[in-house]
Structures are given as structure tokens and as C-alpha cells.
Design a protein around this ligand. Structure first.
Ligand SMILES: *Cc1c(COP(=O)(O)O)cnc(C)c1O
Length: 361
């Protein structure tokens, strides 16, 4: 089977085996020991010396945590968006009463740092910028480094959705001055769904002390107080914690640089392969993601039919387009537990199925 959607992603057998263990007391020593081992491993992969918390929720919970813990209603927020997940981040900030300015880019295009600069010049009292590191709906990786450096010139916090980027694409959190970064277990972490992982900088802690948005389940103060006792505030998804520790061991044993390089090679194989079939990419090669490739569907390709044949006859699972891109693109996920050989299998199946999924004139 080839589950090649941008999450959930396939899990290594050792990761799955870890989930079959008996439950433990989440207020006991065994859990505290595990959290004590797991957190430094996460910090290595996050490339941060700051705090990292594990929250039992999907990635969206991590995005919500980033906002409600650092901002107050009425705060000016610049929400950059180049797709579905950028819109989601903006929507969360709006829900909690931030004064959101959306800076929107066409589907398939990245966030333009110069436009970010102009937006800050127009509203220099902006408290935070929201950035999607890797926009999974369009297969775009944004230039977070440059965007963050501009935000810092204006003294704004940088809140990052790296749900489908972190652990697969280089994101040196401390070096780039990123204040809160959220990711999720079921993407590049090759772990089942259920956990969001989130980093918090010193600047974010200072903002947190004054931030007035309502929060409870996702409160960083609660997370920190319980972390000091080797616990999480609420009952954690214990089996997914077991799985995540094994997955982190696999990532660190392979080496972070090697993991990034493998993703780059898989992405390259996917991009070259679809181009060789005469297909085109939604994105410019300069911003094409190393975890998701978005392919333009030729006008006479029935994407749903293609997906159905791939699924039923080849056990290959690809994602369609979201929102306005439904029927217009399809997406190949290459994140987590993936090799170039997996991509070759997917491409071979695609080459057979595409001619069969064309709408006859
Ligand atoms: C998957 C994804 C999310 C949302 O994650 P959930 O775990 O479904 O809540 C957010 N942002 C990006 C970029 C994603 O790929």
C-alpha cells in the first residue's frame, strides 16, 4: 500500500509496535521518565533550546494554542496566506478577536517577503505575523527565514504553522527567531495522529504573561506547571507518546540532515516523474515543497476517477485539491517514512492510470 497523502502518513513498524504496549499511569514515574527522555529529543529536531510542549490534539489545536497564548483581543495580527491552511490560521485569530489583516497570495504562489514588509510599514504596531511554513494545500514552502527577519525588524512575534514541514524540511527555530512553532504527529513525524508539538520562545513567554485571549485546555502556563512534574495538564494520548518516542529515535538515528536530504530526493523524484508524463506543477520550482507535490490536472482528467482506480487497483492513495482547487489538482505526499522507491511505485501506477481516467470527448 502507498498512503501518499499529506497526512496521516505511513508509520514504521517499530512505531506501530510501540502503540501495542499496556497503558501506564500518566501521573506516575514511568510517564515522567518518558516525557523527560522524549522532550530533549523533540528539542533536537525542533532545533531549539527553548521550551517544547506536547499537546493531545491535532495540528489545528497547536495553531490555536500559538494564538490564544500570546495575543489579546484587539491585537493587530498580519496573517499571511497562500492557501487553505493559511486561511485557517487567520480564521483562528479572528475567532479569538484579533484585528486580522490578511495578506493573501494566489494558490501555488508563496508569500512575498516584500509585501510583508509593506504591510508592516503600513501597520508598524502589528503584534504578530502568522506564517504557514509549508502550505500543504498547494505544495508551497515559504521563505520563513526572510519573513521572520522582516517581522523582527518591526518587533513582531512570529507564529508558525509547520504542521507539514517540521522534521522533514529544515527549520532552525532559534537561529531564525521563531516564537511559536506548531507541528503534528501524523505528518513528517511518521507517528499516528493525536499529538501536536509546539515550541515557545522567551519572547513568546513574555507575551504570554500579558496575553488576554481566553484559553484553558491549551494554556501554556498549565502546560509548563505540569511539565515540571513530568506530566501534562490533561490525560495524554499515551500510546501516541510511545510511538512518538520511537519515531524521534528513528529520525535522530538517521540524522536530521539526512532526513531533510531524503525528503528533497523524494520530492525531486516526484516532480521529475510527473513532468516526464507531460504534467505540470501548480507551483514554481523555487518554492516547491519537499513534503507535498501539487500537480495540475489536465482539463480532461477526472481526478476523482483517477484516485478511485489508484486506490482500488494499485492501493495508491493520493490527495485531491481542497476548496477552489477541487478537481483542478492532485497532491502527492512524500513526508515521513518515505523513500525514492515509494515515489517510483506511485509514479508507475500514475502512468498507467492517468490515460484511463481521461474524460472522453
Ligand atoms: C495537516 C495540516 C494542518 C492541520 O492539521 P490537523 O492535524 O488536521 O489539525 C495545518 N496546517 C498544515 C500546513 C497542515 O498540513
Amino acid at each position: 500500500m502507498q498512503l501518499r497523502i499529506p497526512g496521516p502518513t505511513p508509520c514504521h513498524p517499530r512505531v506501530l509496535e510501540a502503540m501495542a504496549r499496556q497503558m501506564i499511569d500518566h501521573r506516575g514515574k514511568e510517564f515522567a521518565d518518558m516525557l523527560g527522555r522524549l522532550t530533549p529529543k523533540l528539542k533536537q529536531i525542533f532545533q531549539t533550546k527553548g521550551d517544547v510542549f506536547i499537546i493531545t490534539s491535532s495540528g489545528t489545536g497547536g495553531m490555536e494554542a500559538a494564538i490564544v497564548n500570546t495575543l489579546s483581543p484587539g491585537d493587530k495580527v498580519l496573517a499571511t496566506t497562500c492557501g487553505f491552511f493559511g486561511d485557517r490560521f487567520a480564521e483562528i485569530a479572528e475567532t479569538y478577536g484579533a484585528q486580522v489583516t490578511r495578506l493573501t497570495f494566489d494558490m501555488g504562489k508563496p508569500v512575498d517577503p516584500e509585501a510583508v514588509r509593506r504591510a508592516f510599514q503600513a501597520a508598524p504596531d502589528t503584534k504578530a505575523i502568522l506564517v504557514t511554513h509549508n502550505e500543504s494545500s498547494t505544495g508551497v514552502t515559504n521563505d520563513v527565514k526572510t519573513i521572520a527577519s522582516i517581522a523582527k525588524e518591526f518587533g513582531a512575534m512570529v507564529l508558525v504553522d509547520s504542521v507539514s514541514g517540521l522534521s522533514s524540511i529544515d527549520l532552525p527555530i532559534d537561529e531564525w527567531n521563531l516564537d511559536v512553532v506548531a507541528t503534528a504527529s501524523q505528518k513528517g513525524w511518521m507517528t499516528p495522529p493525536g499529538l501536536a508539538m509546539i515550541s515557545v520562545s522567551q519572547t513568546a513567554w513574555q507575551a504570554h504573561a500579558k496575553a488576554k485571549m481566553p484559553r484553558n485546555y491549551f494554556d501554556f502556563t498549565k502546560a509548563r506547571n505540569f511539565f515540571e512534574k513530568g506530566q501534562t495538564p490533561w490525560t495524554p494520548a499515551v500510546p501516541v507518546f510511545f510511538a512518538l518516542e520511537v519515531a524521534c529515535d528513528l529520525i535522530l538515528a538517521e540524522g536530521l540532515r539526512n532526513v531533510f536530504a531524503r525528503h528533497a530526493r523524494c520530492a525531486q523524484t516526484a516532480r521529475e516523474g510527473v513532468k516526464a508524463m507531460g504534467l505540470t506543477l501548480l507551483t514554481d520550482p523555487k518554492c516547491a515543497s519537499n513534503t507535498v507535490t501539487a500537480v495540475n490536472a489536465p482539463p480532461n482528467l477526472d481526478v476523482a476517477r483517477m484516485q478511485k482506480i489508484l486506490r482500488e487497483e494499485f492501493q495508491v492513495y493520493l490527495a485531491g485539491g481542497q476548496g477552489k482547487l477541487t478537481g483542478k489538482i492532485f497532491r502527492i505526499g512524500h513526508l515521513g517514512w518515505v523513500t525514492e522507491n515509494d515515489m517510483k511505485e506511485v509514479l508507475a501506477a500514475l502512468a498507467k492510470v492517468i490515460p484511463r481516467a481521461m474524460i472522453q470527448a
